[in-house]
Design a binder for this molecule. Structure first.
Ligand code: BES
Ligand code: ZN
Ligand code: ZN
Length: 472
């Protein structure tokens, strides 16, 4: 981010451009001369309609001012438009409301993101200052929006980093750096640690890779913690599918299979900045899923950390294997809640589309609670309901369970049910699984997301943690 955001009271504050967010009612209230110019240009203040009046340097942006999602999106799109102009300062008239102001801020800060680390030439934006005209300075909203946006944009950068550079060891180094910068505890487990912990599922997935796996653990411990929440992320720095190799077209973008793990990094960074009275532990199972003479094979039977034996029927269903051992470890930490985030199944994308994450878990109240918080945070989610019939679909003839279902239907659910087998009965009601495969990687810009990694999951989970901290 190249610019500063400042709240100012004086509506006459000088700036190169002004953005006016406007709806149909406000359009009618404009002075006649202005209304006439806009009407001549056929501007009707429909949602997303934009017009730039060069004579006054005012950009009119049509938006449904009663809808938070529209306001957030308007913030993102407006910043993308004005960044193309050669301007130093921008003025926006704000909303007289905390939540709408927050939506505008987060929209601007997330919409501004671009991944440029590998471009030889980067066009610098000239924009240095955004003045928001308001009687309030919305300090808390600006602080929270900055913390969250910095974390989401950091996570986006890591997910976007190509797999030859973002290996499991590199991911662990990033975690170490975050822990230093944000005063978190950090523990990195190498192969010896994984062996000692009997995390044979992670070791099996990692076997064929020349880049060693890492178990990453970050911890935020405030003085007076009311609760403990453990967040677990799938950190596949590359998923080729293994011996059940992916077709070439499905392999591209699989650098983003670390989206869940990177969301954990983002959540930990945001929590370290927002400092709720909740202990938060972030765990990432970081590995590649590759091919080679040493690779784990379809038909292998592997004993998990939990002691459950798993028959591998498809090496491309590797995420659930990695998560199973991580979830086993997570429960030993005696948490009040466990939330996992994973780009787990193509089936979730088929079922819910590319904008929506799936929420799964045994506790229907907790699912609904999370759904509410996530929706308010601006992320799209839908509950996928478990049922008892799904359980038998992962039966195995030779081991305790199979890593794939016996039917191709309901693949997001059977993956969730697989994870559920590794959750002990006393934690069944405390666990939520989030399948973020759809929105984790953006092929075509939407909402606050530019092309590439979205950093999805961070806003929902951080808001959930803050809600728990507030006693809800
Ligand atoms: N990483 C993929 C899931 C995925 C697919 C993420 C598309 C993002 C976009 C996962 O490891 C995988 O390959 N899952 C298989 C499971 C199947 C073999 C049971 C899938 O969904 O096809
Ligand atoms: Zn896979
Ligand atoms: Zn995967």
């Amino acid at each position: 981010m190249s610019f500063n955001i400042k709240f100012v009271k004086d509506s006459n504050t000088k700036s190169d451009i002004e953005i006016v967010f406007i709806n149909k009612d406000l359009l009618k209230k404009l002075p006649d001369s202005r209304a006439k110019i806009l009407s001549l240009q056929n501007f009707n203040a429909n949602d997303g309609e934009v017009i730039f009046l060069q004579s006054d340097n005012v950009l009119y942006y049509g938006v449904n001012l009663c809808d938070m999602d529209s306001v957030r999106e308007a913030g993102a799109k407006a910043i993308r438009i004005v960044k193309k102009y050669n301007i130093k300062s921008l003025k926006i008239s704000a909303f007289d409301d905390k939540e709408f102001t927050y939506a505008l801020l987060i929209g601007i800060l997330l919409g501004d993101y671009e991944f440029v680390d590998y471009k030889s030439e980067v066009k610098k934006t000239s924009l240095k200052a955004i003045y928001i005209i308001s009687n309030d300075d919305y300090k808390n909203e600006l602080h929270k929006a900055s913390m969250i946006a910095d974390s989401v944009n950091m996570a986006r950068n890591v997910v976007n980093t190509p797999p030859q550079d973002c290996t499991p060891i590199a991911l662990a180094d990033i975690a170490k750096r975050i822990s230093k910068d944000f005063d978190l505890d950090c523990r990195i487990g190498d192969i010896k640690f994984l062996q000692k912990e009997k995390m044979e599922l992670i070791l099996a997935v990692a076997k064929a890779s020349i880049n060693e796996p890492r178990f990453i653990e970050l911890k935020y411990s405030p003085k007076k913690a009311k609760k403990r929440i453990v967040i677990v992320g799938k950190g596949l720095t590359y998923d080729s599918g293994g011996l059940s190799l992916k077709p070439a077209d499905y392999m591209t973008t699989m650098k983003a299979d670390k989206g869940g793990g990177c969301a954990v990094l983002g959540i930990m960074q945001a929590i370290a900045g927002l400092r709720p009275d909740i202990e938060v532990v972030g765990i990432i199972g970081a590995t590649e899923n590759m091919i080679g003479g040493n690779a784990y094979k379809p038909d292998d039977i592997i004993k998990s950390r939990e002691g459950i034996t798993v028959e591998v029927k498809n090496t491309d269903a590797e995420g659930r294997l990695v998560l199973a051992d991580c979830l086993s470890y997570a429960q030993d930490l005696n948490p009040d809640y466990i939330i996992d985030l994973a780009t787990l199944t193509g089936a979730c994308v088929v079922g819910l589309g590319e904008y929506t994450s799936g929420i799964m878990g045994y506790n229907e109240d907790l699912n609904r609670e999370f759904e509410k918080v996530a929706t308010k945070s601006g992320e799209l989610v839908a509950i996928l309901p478990f049922n008892r019939h799904l359980e038998k679909l992962i039966d195995s003839k030779n081991a305790d369970i199979s890593n794939v279902s016996s039917t191709r239907y309901g693949g997001a659910l059977t993956a969730g049910i697989f994870l559920g087998r590794f959750i002990k009965s006393e934690y069944k009601d405390k666990w939520i699984h989030l399948d973020i495969a759809g929105p984790a990687f953006v092929e075509k810009e939407w909402d606050v997301n530019s092309f590439g990694a979205s950093g999805i999951g961070i806003r929902s989970v951080v808001d959930f943690i803050l809600k728990v901290a507030n006693g809800a």
